[in-house]
Design a protein around this ligand. Sequence first.
Ligand code: COI
Length: 351
Amino acid sequence: MDPIPITRLPVSRLSTVDFEDLPFGKVFADHMFVAEFEGGRWQNARIVPYGEIPTNPAISALHYGQSIFEGLKAYRNQKGEVQVFRPYDNMSRMIRSAGRLCMPAVTEDIFIGGLKALLELDQEWVPRQPGYSLYIRPFMYAIDEYVGIRPSDSYRFIIFNCPVGNYYTAPLHVKVSDRYVRAFPMGTGFAKVAGNYAAGMLPLKHAREAGYDQLVWLDGKEMKYIEESGTMNLFFQIGNTLVTPLADGTILEGITRDSILGLAVEAGLPVEVRKVSLDEVVAAYDRGDLKDAFGTGTAATVAPISSITVHDRRLVLPAMEDRTYSTLLGRMLDDIKTGKTQDTRGWIMKI
Ligand code: COI
């Protein structure tokens, strides 16, 4: 790819940011990468100061939701170098999401090339404090000016970055959703499409008003099997076995989920990836076998769950100090992301 033209922000905003106190998703790095898909190819790749972009009111992303996104993170390793966690897997997932919404595939030049160039320029925005990272948000949306319904011919792809702390700051109280579903067979549940999140806003608002942090979604057909929770995939330790729902079309194919599964197998834990019914989890709790429950996601990392409310019954999970699987797997993952453990899996891309 030709060198990407850069328009620099005249004065960096770095010195205005308190890196000791970073809320999630509210602080934005100096620059963003932008490209358009027009005439059947990606073009006009550029890096410009982070800021507003002109938006015609008729673009179909706004009306019909032809819009997809990704989330990944960059960390500092032990030498202070910047390393990105599994960017090629995010690119592959974005291509799958694009396919489902009839959008063009991103190319490696655009996704990885744009990301590298942006991080080279803004690498000082990658936090150095333990527990913090740079959240990277690539997204793509339809920009045809046309009010009829058909797939757009033109698209914009953008990457911007946010230095962040934890998405969840305490163990989570979750409630099983009995009024709404997130996804249904042959729909868009597996893809990272904006509309999946829009449909969850009202249920989440109700859950928050009732004192819960997140909802646990059940399958859309029978409302019997556990799928995922809010921004996370779910894991349960039942007895000695680590169990996670099978991602067979209605569940987001989480990259953190996949990493945790790989690490669990490597650590010699018994692992099962299969349909997990709500009844089974409640029965395990009643037997005293539900030892751990946690969510995984790029933003959430490994987020322990402290209670699960099923209808009016609250299942209270063991105290954090008695959890072994989430603690072990969370630490293994962190050590790879921050270079304490050598990456032997090709998960790390250095900048
Ligand atoms: C992520 O974990 O990257 C997500 O997409 C969650 C996000 C909605 C904050």
